[in-house]
Design a protein around this ligand. Structure first.
Ligand code: PMP
Length: 394
């Protein structure tokens, strides 16, 4: 069964670093090792590169000024910084936070942690496509609500939220809006000023930059407490010597995204639609997870009744294709993903999900190959599944 094909369609879990990004980083690994906080010329070279990267990232999201970008170690840290930082700095105004039930764990868990510290957290429901219920948002906002955190788009089901509408509702009550744009950045245009976003999480690897780097955009005037204390780097909001090579790579990745996002997102959307259509048309009892049109260009999340997503992944791997399980079971609990349950799927439906996420390296041939091999994989697994109805086997 083995094949020489190697097709990577798990871009949500990690993306290859763009060769142009690697080229930009190399001098800062080999030659320019100065600390950006130092006053000598070695430090100056690093500081200059750091500020250039900051400006490139600010441009990607149309931040009003480069200083609004604070570098972090990645999306998880940025999300923690936004949630805990706003909570601790604004407790005098209130202790209520609103988020959605389909956020990443790096939002959900800091919120749950804050509950143990006396904060009140509301998790908003979503509809069957994963769209946040705006009426619930309006209803749940209170005088003591200090923060609303809603993701730009969901990495597991691809659904894009109506952030501008959400922002208007949130700001009517004078709360801050934090948006986790980890899955969306570099794929869809984000304009923090037009969208009305107060804090925004960005991640480098999700834009073909290196891992271990991210940023938090903080609009001027937003009050936030640091969660990492030390030497006072990053305007005192995130101490610790900056990861200069990583940040330079992140900046280059943002610059490439500014220039190429539009054409690449169109290309990926076409491949995505071909893949989804190909799978749904050739396989009975196959369904799309997430919104049919309002979805990320890279995301083809499909569920197959009567079988386990995990077994499909193993079969795909044997055929040279890397995808991931939409059900994101953890080895310990085997619980299906909270996102799939929140959109109303039953446990067995969630378990039958497979997530293909496309990237710059994928071609139409890759998509054709997956469409070609999937019907047989699903058919064979269904033959062995006790859940498969007899008429489907006949
Ligand atoms: N937010 C979202 C929406 C994500 O998909 C992820 C995972 N890529 C994260 C946050 C956390 O990212 P990281 O593990 O790189 O910190």
């Amino acid at each position: 069964m083995s094949t020489y094909k190697k097709i990577y369609m798990d871009n949500v879990a990690g993306k290859p670093v763009d060769p142009r990004v690697i080229d930009a980083m190399m001098p800062f690994i080999k030659e320019f090792y100065g600390n950006p906080s130092s006053v000598h010329s070695f430090g100056y070279e690093s500081k200059k590169a750091l500020e250039e990267a900051r400006a490139k990232i600010a441009k990607l999201i149309n931040a009003e000024k480069a200083e609004s970008i604070i570098f972090t170690s990645g999306a998880t840290e940025s999300n923690n910084m936004a949630i805990k930082g706003v909570a601790y700095r604004n407790m005098d105004k209130g202790k209520h936070i609103i988020t959605s039930s389909i956020e990443h764990m790096s939002i959900i868990n800091p919120c749950k942690y804050l509950k143990t510290k006396g904060f009140d957290v509301t998790f908003l429901p979503v509809d069957k496509y994963g769209l946040v219920d705006l009426d619930s948002l309006e209803r749940e906002l209170r005088e003591d609500t200090i923060l609303v955190s809603i993701q730009y788009a969901n990495s597991e089901i691809g659904t894009i939220q109506p952030i501008r509408e959400i922002s208007q509702i949130v700001h009517r009550k004078n709360a801050y809006l934090h948006v986790d744009a980890t899955a969306a950045n570099g794929q869809i245009p984000i304009d923090v000023q037009k969208d009305g976003i107060d804090l925004l999480t960005l991640s480098s690897n999700d834009m073909y930059g290196p891992k271990g780097v991210g940023a938090l955009y903080i609009r001027s005037g937003v009050r936030i407490e640091p969660i990492i204390h030390g030497g006072g780097q990053e305007r005192g909001l995130r101490s610790g010597t900056e990861n200069v090579p990583g940040i330079v790579g992140f900046g280059k990745a943002a610059e490439i995204a500014v220039n190429e996002m539009r054409a690449e997102s169109e290309r990926l959307s076409r491949l995505r639609d071909k893949l989804i259509k190909g799978l749904l048309e050739s396989i009975p009892y196959a369904f799309l997870n997430g919104h049919p049109t309002n979805r990320l260009p890279d995301n083809a999340a499909v569920r197959f009744s009567f079988i386990e997503g995990e077994s499909i992944l193993l079969s795909l791997d044997m055929m040279g294709v890397a995808a991931s399980s939409g059900s994101a079971c953890t080895a310990k609990t085997l619980e299906p993903s909270h996102v799939l349950l929140a959109i109303g799927l039953k446990h067995e439906e969630a378990h039958g999900s497979v997530l293909f996420t496309l990237g710059r390296q994928n071609t139409e041939d890759d998509v054709d190959y997956v469409i070609q091999i999937m019907p047989d994989i699903v058919k064979r697994l269904r033959m062995f599944s006790p859940l498969t109805p007899k008429e489907l086997l006949g």
